[in-house]
Design a protein around this ligand. Sequence first.
Ligand code: NAD
Length: 483
Amino acid sequence: MNIQPIASHYIDGAYVEDTAGDLIEVIYPYTGKVIARLHAATPAIVDQALNAAKRAQKEWAGWTGTQRGRVLRRAADIMRERNHDLSVLETYDTGKPYQETSVADATSGADAFEYFGGLAGSITGEHIPLGENFVYTRREPLGVCVGIGAWNYPTQIACWKGAPALACGNALVFKPSETTPLCALKIAEILTEAGAPAGLYNVVQGYGAVGAALVTDPRVDKVSLTGSVATGRKVYAAAAEGLRHVTMELGGKSPLVIFDDADLEAAVSGAILGNFYSAGQVCSNGTRVFVQKGIKDAFLARLTDRLQAVVMGDPQDPATHYGPMVSAAQRDIVEGFIAKGQAEGARLVTGGTRPDMAGFFLAPTVFADVTDDMTIAREEIFGPVMSVLDFDTEAEALRRANDTPYGLAAGVFTADLARAHRMAAGFQAGTCYINTYNDAPVEAPFGGMKLSGVGRENSKAAIDHYSQIKSVFVRMDRCEAPF
Ligand code: NAD
């Protein structure tokens, strides 16, 4: 597979290069070696992409929903046919094991194109009778949307933003994370192949400055960011200047509450999925694991046992469960948190060290006896670090679970049906899980409460965030005025 793309950007249906842009080196996290060199977009490239999007959007909005949907569904089919190659590339881009990427990345991107492709023909307004007069509403596209991505799910993010935006009749300019710039280019290629007009889905590379230039451009109608809260604050504020629509998919510090009566094996599985999948680099991870005191020792013992079975190593090997972190810088950040956990008195149960292998590996790490005030229980770590906290009662667990400025996700494991639903109702989080963790099907809304975000991705809810409603009043009798 050729990792070096034909050029850095994809604009107006073709690859485009401008070597005047800042160098972006793509590093394979398993070897630490540079595997591709790209350039950040110059102002001329940004200009070209936005002009292409603006032109293509006018044409695309004139297509019927069914015609638009057909293109998206074709793109989904092509993605599934190429799942192997796309997954290998995602693994090079991120270091995530092929065992994950082959079932969670291009496949979930294809699901998004299929789902929103299916919905495209049903994006309609309504008829509101007012006696013999009436109002009808038109659901119209917003125009040119900008998507800005994080590095943990580069293919999925490119599709989760692209599919609903295009289904609603918008065009997109997508800026991937500078850490993982390769995958989105493939999505752009595939959309062209599937019949999308040139300029409908463009990819421009760059660091934060390119994102910032896109967000404030007057040609842009909507900005959808996946990233940290710190970046979200900046992007939301910049978008507010032009009163642009926004979707903000931001960070989290989600709770996972395990009651004494839970199925222990399932609860341990949930905690593993919610902390160590993608080497812990998942926004919705349940990193504060509240375990009721009666089950705590059994939980820790079983968790530690099961973590011994993790297969770490070459992420392209389908037998590998657990790959390196995305970058040396991210691993350093996470190691800083591990040091703080130890300094503040948490008990290191397992991990905390670099396995003896090349690449940016960090062993799955579990702290026990964590208290609510410790840094590792308060701040998003975005790495393979689980904090286990003890609790006694349901009310206490719920209060402490919600004692965070974030609200992305929350989970509960219990055999008590009524308690499970009480907890789900009480959690201040956009996505809740009962006896499972981290599922993210395209059919369900995904997004955060509190500092974790604004708006929702996936599901029919996303249509509201990529379209706007126009009301048209129609008078059948004569229009009259008092003077
Ligand atoms: P980040 O905030 O550093 O960067 C995200 C993107 O924003 C990058 O493409 C970056 O270049 C761009 N950017 C940076 N400054 C900008 C600016 N001033 N204007 C416009 N764009 C700018 O995030 P990251 O380190 O790439 O990703 C990790 C974060 O993303 C974590 O906090 C994680 O929780 C979050 N995340 C959230 C979700 C979700 O759906 N809620 C999903 C994945 C990741």
